[in-house]
Design a protein around this ligand. Structure first.
Ligand code: SAM
Ligand code: SF4
Length: 351
């Protein structure tokens, strides 16, 4: 898959649910209306879609949400997708999680073929964590991180920098992460979805945080790129790495190799644009044409991934969508622009 700007699409982020057991203030509103379950792709459809993308050249697959580990029977999906890691078709199967359920799943994830995970954690202070996540219990996440490290998963920590909530805590988090051999990545808050808060009260440019860290630590830019938007720096004093994802202060689109599929099967070519292709409709149409509809609905396919669809329509729909991938996103947070850049929450498309 090559887009009109010559970028090879090799990375898929697949959201498996819009639901979550937390309500982070920058991600969701306090009262969220979630999608009816019938609108979600079934586990079979998620497997079929991911497999189709892998056949079309995706090498890295990240499962996300919402919170992927609250989706019922999610380990079945990981176990099935693990076959692509075993065959060598997929270089990496990974996930982004808030870590609350990780202690229950770390072992299963490793057995399924996952080797690296991202865990989102925005504070190490019990009360601040509870406030930012609207009710989350920090010890659950810390136990989850330890369980993941113990089974041999490489853990990267994601932290959204929040002007009034965690700026003072970031240095401590970095030192904490590096002491556990974890890379920490800081993320600038993005104006996605109405979260019932003023984005200007949340947003702080990462350049401010980097400047502050540089007063105390020796940060050296690294050539390392993971195909994502993160720019990494080595921290001499801790021996660890810190990543910066700066959608607002520094555009990173020229090297974008990714697309995203929502839990309802909408393919977004860019996180910052509204244009999408409805792959669920194409898949269900193809199922009906193929006569497999009843079986798929009954959930029989995931037990038997030998069952095949032609997938011709699905692949054609993906190809057509890739021709519409835009050159760059267009996020802004400024006084004259208080509305979300996009009505869609991050939990819909997956981070
Ligand atoms: N629930 C999982 C988690 O929190 O890791 C996966 C989904 S979450 C939407 C993925 C990532 O997006 C998290 O690291 C989260 O902090 C980040 N995120 C959510 N809303 C965001 C926003 N408005 N701006 C920047 N990052 C955001
Ligand atoms: Fe849930 Fe992740 Fe969004 Fe927080 S960032 S509300 S954990 S989906």
């Amino acid at each position: 898959m090559i887009d009109p700007f010559g970028r090879h699409i090799t990375y898929l982020r697949l959201s498996v649910t819009d639901r979550c057991d937390l309500r982070c203030t920058y991600c969701m509103a306090e009262k969220m209306t979630f999608l009816p379950r019938k609108d979600l792709l079934t586990l079979e459809e998620l497997d079929r879609l991911a497999t189709c993308f892998i056949e079309k050249g995706v090498k890295k697959l990240r499962i996300t949400g919402g919170e992927p580990l609250v989706r019922k029977n999610i380990i079945r999906l990981f176990n099935n997708l693990g076959r692509h890691v075993k065959s060598g078709a997929l270089e990496e199967l990974t996930l982004t999680t808030n870590g609350t359920q990780l202690k229950h799943f770390a072992d299963d994830l490793f057995k399924a073929g996952v080797r690296r995970i991202n865990v989102s954690i925005d504070s190490l202070d019990l009360d601040d964590y509870k406030r930012i996540t609207r009710g989350g219990n920090l010890p659950d996440v810390l136990e989850g991180i330890q369980a993941a490290i113990d089974v041999g998963l490489e853990v990267k920590l994601n932290c959204v920098a929040l002007k009034n909530d965690n700026v003072e805590m970031i240095e401590e988090m970095m030192v904490w992460a590096h002491a556990r051999n974890c890379t920490m990545t800081l993320i600038e808050v993005m104006p996605l979805g109405d979260v019932g808060a003023d984005r200007l009260d949340q947003y702080i440019p990462l350049t401010d945080i980097k400047d502050k860290l540089q007063k105390k630590y020796t940060l050296t830019a690294m050539a390392k790129r993971t195909g994502g938007p993160s720019r990494y720096m080595h921290v001499k004093e801790t021996g660890g790495e810190i990543g910066f994802i700066t959608p607002l202060t520094q555009n990173f689109c020229e090297g974008c190799n990714r697309v995203r599929v929502t839990c309802t099967g909408k393919l977004y070519m860019c996180l910052g644009h509204g244009d999408a292709a409805d792959l669920r409709q194409v898949m269900r149409q193809e199922q009906t044409i193929g006569g497999h509809d009843a079986l798929a609905q009954a959930g029989a396919l995931i037990q038997n991934h030998e069952m095949s669809f032609d997938n011709g329509l699905l692949k054609a729909a993906i190809d057509e969508a890739i021709t519409r991938k835009p050159k760059a996103h267009d996020f802004k947070i400024e006084k004259s622009n208080q509305r979300p850049a996009l009505a869609r929450h991050m939990s819909m498309t997956g981070g």
